[in-house]
Ligand binder design. Structure first.
Ligand SMILES: C[S@@+](CC[C@H](N)C(=O)[O-])C[C@H]1O[C@@H](n2cnc3c(N)ncnc32)[C@H](O)[C@@H]1O
Length: 494
């Protein structure tokens, strides 16, 4: 087998002769993990061998089978959906990418609901080695519940995937489960209303913490976590006004509108790929939720300040800071080298400059030159419970035990951020979390142990009242986010 970036060439001896392609199909499927559909591909016979001349990845793949493979990677191998998509589609032009993505997001959004339905329809639990069939059933249920595809086509196409997965024995099973669902849909949906985990499609521990932290708002939080969010972009106001850019989008026939209170944000409601955005390659716009954009506006930047972006990757806020004030000396740290590369790419796209440092930011002795910073932005690691609508896999990958470790790490990072901040300087601490222990409680503890810290109130339209800082809860327009602005008092004044 020869492999180049886009082409695979198989030369196979076929014992069955030139009219028998079944051996060939088996061979190819084995090599590509069953992901290649050879029907309609450019195959030629060459001296009783077959040679494949087509572009495998640009050619036909079965979107449902691909979705099952991706879901297995996320739910069994505990990899993030973004990571799996990046590796799965890297360098490939898979035509059905948006359908595959929609199905994966959908199953992960409603996983515990679909699972509860499947459990009621299966006579006995499937074996661990047949997880692929389990995910295929969930995929079938998701399509029947949420997608605008004719039911008969959903059942037929989903059942057919059992053959691609080489599990012909499961054909009747998948068929029976999906047909039974069609018959008993109303009863099943009513039935699962009694189970919070299934009904709200969140793990039990998250429902507990959300309802404890937000007794009035938790239902709206989980409902908003389960919606498909708009694509939100940040307009680089140094390059174009929001009005002009919005008009450009509308002229293309896309549905888009300005964000209610974030003056650089536009919500795009049409199904648009990032690379289709006019001027994206030149840094005219970037993809960033309005709540994240707000963080970048809080630093009160002035020309030539020394600014630290402590956990910078992939660089959304790094870019935003420079777009507002390009004369600052910006230092961007992240401990993940591969994610830091994304910061580099993003800065290059917009022709912006920063000093990038790959280090554990909490260990200042490894990266700090002892020169204090006028401004520090700490947008560190968090549970990401505010961005579940954009990353539904968080619900199933994040464990309750992680929370305490994250809170400890945030405390260490806060301590370092404070150490390297100049007297009179400003620190913005923000998280895309809605858990109080990472936000208001974290900062209350910080203030009680740092007499030289004072809160500067954030004056903003959005968000809910909390005793310290500002909290935004997830909604259609916004990711959930927390921010606090702290000034380091001058030592002669306290
Ligand atoms: C929420 S993301 C930052 C998003 C970024 N500020 C942006 O706007 O694009 C958190 C980042 O913190 C980084 N991180 C986690 N622990 C760190 C540490 N101890 N030192 C430096 N970076 C860390 C992660 O690699 C991750 O890239």
């Amino acid at each position: 087998m020869l492999e180049s970036q886009n082409f695979l060439v198989f030369i196979v001896d076929i014992p069955g002769g030139e009219n028998d392609s079944s051996n060939l199909a088996k061979f190819v499927c084995k090599h590509k993990g069953g992901a290649v559909d050879i029907s309609g591909s450019a195959w030629r016979i060459l001296n009783s061998s077959w040679i494949f001349l087509g572009n495998v990845f640009g050619g036909k793949v079965n979107p449902r089978e691909e979705a099952v493979i991706i879901l297995q990677q996320v739910l069994d191998n505990k990899r993030s959906l973004t990571q799996v998509f990046n590796t799965h589609f890297q360098g490939k032009e898979v035509r059905s990418q948006s359908l595959i993505k929609e199905m994966c997001y959908g199953v992960l959004r409603f996983y515990s609901k679909l699972d509860a339905i499947a459990n009621r329809l299966l006579a006995k639990k499937l074996k661990k080695k047949d997880e692929d069939i389990h995910f295929l059933i969930l995929l079938g249920l998701y399509q029947l519940l949420e997608m605008r595809v004719a039911d008969y086509a959903v059942v037929k196409e989903t059942v057919n995937v059992t053959l691609l997965l080489k599990k012909a024995w499961a054909k009747d099973l998948v068929n029976a489960v999906l047909r039974n669902f069609q018959r008993k849909k109303e009863t099943l949906l009513k039935d699962i209303q009694q189970e919070a985990v299934a009904y709200y499609a969140h793990p039990a521990w998250m429902l507990c913490v959300f309802s404890e932290d937000w007794p009035q708002d938790w239902v709206s939080i989980v409902e908003n976590n389960n919606i498909k969010p708009p694509l939100t972009i940040r307009v680089n106001l140094k390059k174009v006004t929001r009005e002009v850019y919005l008009a450009e989008l509308i002229e293309k026939g896309w549905e888009a509108r300005p964000h209610a209170w974030m003056s650089s944000a536009i919500l795009i409601l049409s199904n648009v790929e990032v690379m289709q955005l006019p001027g994206f390659a030149e840094g005219k716009v970037s993809v960033q939720d309005a709540s994240a954009q707000f963080a970048g506006t809080l630093l009160e930047l002035s020309p030539h300040q020394r600014v630290l972006d402590m956990c910078a990757a992939p660089g959304g806020k790094t870019m935003h800071l420079l777009e507002q004030e390009d004369s600052i000396a910006l230092f961007a740290i992240d401990q993940d080298a591969s994610r830091l590369l994304r910061v580099e790419e993003n800065l290059k796209r917009a022709n912006l400059q920063a000093t990038l440092i790959c280090a554990d930011a909490s260990k200042q002795e490894t990266w700090w030159d002892k020169r204090y910073f006028d401004r520090v932005l700490l947008d560190g690691p968090c549970t990401a419970t505010g961005v579940i609508r954009r990353h539904p896999d968080i619900k199933w990958l994040r464990q309750q035990e992680d929370v305490e470790k994250i809170v400890t790490l945030q405390r260490q990072l806060l301590h370092t951020a404070w150490t390297v901040l100049k007297e009179g300087g400003i620190l913005i601490y923000c998280t895309c979390s809605i858990l109080k222990c990472e936000n208001v409680d974290q900062i209350r503890e910080f203030l009680s142990s740092h007499q030289d810290a004072e809160e500067i109130k954030i004056d903003a339209v959005g968000g809910v009242e909390v005793s310290i800082g500002k909290q935004i809860l997830p909604s259609f327009e916004n990711d959930g986010f927390y921010y606090v602005k702290l000034r380091k008092k001058r030592s002669d004044l306290f």
